[in-house]
Structure formats: C-alpha cells, structure tokens
Design a protein around this ligand. Structure first.
Ligand code: ATP
Length: 298
C-alpha cells in the first residue's frame, strides 16, 4: 500500500479569465476517509472536482491523486465519479448500463461480469439488475450512478451532490453504501450543500468560500462545544456575567463559549448566589451554525 494521500492539493489555484475560482487550496484526503467539501454556491467546489478529474488545468499549485499529478491518465484510473446530473437510457437494464460503462472505461472484457456484479452488489442493486432503468425509482437510478462510479474498484469516489434528488429513505440507503465504502478502504470526496448530510456521513470536512478553505477538520473539531445551558432558579443573569455572555432561554440560562473545565465553577457560582440547579447541558452547535458563523452569512 503506498503512503501517498489519496488526494493532495498544494496551493491549488484556478483563475477563469482573471477571476479567482480557487485560491491556494491545500487539502489532503487519506485512505478510506469520507471527506466533505462544503460551501455556498460559487465557492469553488465544482472547480476543485474538475481539477482533480483533469477536466480543467490549474493556473498554479498542484493536485495529486495517489501521488500522480491530476490530469494524467494514470491518476484517473483510480477515480470513480458520480456527476450531479446524469441520465441513463431508459430502455437499458442496469446491468447493460454497467457493461456499457465497463466498455467505455476500457476495462478488460474478461473482467466485465465480475466487476459489474461487484458494483451491483455494493450499490444494492443486484436484485433489479435485469430490469430496465425506466422501472427504477430515483433512489435506484442514483444507486446505479454510484455503481457506475464504483466499476473497476476505484481508490477514490467523487460524488457531486449525491442526495439532492432523494427522499429520506433514498438518502438513508445512499449513506449506508457510502459508509460501506469506507469499511473497505475506498475514499470518498463528497460535494454537498446539505450540511445535515455531510454531518451524518463525513469523517472530515473542508468549508470553502470564495475559493478559499476557511476551515478544515473532523466534525468533532469543527463542532467544538459552544458553551453550556443551566436550568436554575433563584439566580439572575448578573451573578454569572464573569463567565461570559449569558442569555435567558425559558427556564434555561445559556452561557456561550464556556470551556468545559469551568462548568463546576459555574454551578458553584449559581449555588453561591442562592440559586438551585436542576440541569446542566453542553451546547453543541450544529454544523449548520458553524458553517454560517464561518462563512459569515445570516
Ligand atoms: P455551486 O455549488 O453553485 O455548484 P461551486 O462551489 O461548485 O458552486 P464553482 O462552480 O467551482 O463553485 O465556481 C467557482 C467560481 O468560478 C464562481 O464564481 C463561478 O462563477 C466561476 N466559474 C466557474 N466555472 C467558470 C468558467 N468556466 N468560466 C468562468 N467562471 C467560472
């Protein structure tokens, strides 16, 4: 197993006629990692994917897939790609679609049956493989797209907004498949607007805006505790002001940005001021709140 990261970009920059679409992006995705690229419209997510797939050339900086410069055919050999919008001929069966793509990908004919069967099994489509695409639900069509991306057992699968068109059940199924990919060591790079989606499936996330990475880290790192709330009677906001900004939320007092180590001190202060404590809970901001705080949108 080679030690090179599955994806590595260093100072990756793309200008379209002078307009910066990507501005010095440094990213690294490891083996078996599910990595989310999050950002508002126009942030540069699609540009990053196009650079990795070798569909556009970088203005400066580098992008490598398994140590090979992106754009070289050898780099592409290890990548599966599920575009955001795709349609397969409705009169073909799922298996025929996969065989067609096996041919287009130049896979060895003697491997087709085995590879097609493996991709169908991973995408949980084996039972409907010989039905026509016309009879597939949207979720099944999306899983067929995923099966196409998985042909040939790539080391990296790039999924562009994979769940946008799916209902909750379809999303749940797709998440299960993506988690299964991690278990067998396939890395996934997932572009998404749906923060809740990224929250549920990604190991690490990069938040992109105006072509720059604003934050990158594991979800635990990005969702570091945002303070505590304490349910108490007999104490006013004034008694706790030395702990930071305190807000009242029904029976709760919210203390933002309080470090965990200071919670006992806070409880003591409430009791010291004559209050009674009925509950203390950590405030965990959702990724959406963090995202808004980082990109500065309302
Ligand atoms: P979305 O979520 O809307 O797909 P995105 O994060 O994928 O957005 P990109 O499509 O990468 O963003 O676009 C980044 C910036 O580059 C945008 O300002 C966009 O207008 C610009 N851009 C993208 N492609 C081109 C192009 N071919 N020519 C000129 N400008 C472009």
């Amino acid at each position: 197993m080679d030690a090179a990261p599955v994806v590595e970009t260093i100072g990756l920059t793309k200008r379209y006629r002078g307009k910066l679409a990507l501005d010095g992006v440094d990213l690294s995705v490891g083996s078996g990692e599910i990595f989310g690229l999050l950002g508002p419209n126009g942030a540069g997510k699609t540009t990053a994917v196009k650079l990795l797939l070798g569909l556009v050339r970088a203005s400066s900086g580098q992008a490598r897939l398994l140590g090979v410069p992106a754009g070289e055919p050898e780099a592409r050999r290890h990548v599966g790609y599920l575009p955001e919008l795709f349609r397969y001929p409705r009169w073909l069966t799922g298996r025929e679609v996969l065989r067609l793509h096996a041919r287009l990908a130049g896979l060895e004919v003697r491997d087709w049956d085995e590879m097609v069967a493996a991709a169908l099994a991973t995408a949980d489509l084996a039972e409907r493989a010989d039905d026509r695409v016309a009879t597939y639900s949207k979720g099944m069509q999306q899983r067929l797209g995923l099966a196409v991306a998985l042909l040939g057992n790539p080391r990296l699968v790039i999924l562009d907004e994979p769940t946008t068109a799916l209902d909750p059940l379809g999303r749940h199924e797709l998440r299960g498949i993506v988690r299964g990919l991690r278990e067998r060591g396939t890395s996934v790079l997932l572009n998404s607007h749906q923060l809740s989606e990224v929250e549920q499936v990604c190991d690490r996330v990069a938040i992109l805006d105006h072509g720059k990475v604003l934050a990158v880290g594991s979800l635990n790192e990005l969702l570091s505790p945002g303070g505590v709330r304490i349910r108490a009677t007999g104490v006013g906001v004034e008694a706790l002001q030395s702990f930071g900004e305190v807000n009242v939320d029904g029976p709760w007092l919210l203390v933002r940005d309080l470090e965990e180590q200071r919670i006992p001190e806070l409880v003591e202060a409430v009791i010291g001021a004559g209050g009674r404590v009925y509950g203390v809970e950590m405030l965990q901001p959702s990724l959406e709140e963090r995202f808004r705080a980082i990109v500065g949108s309302p």
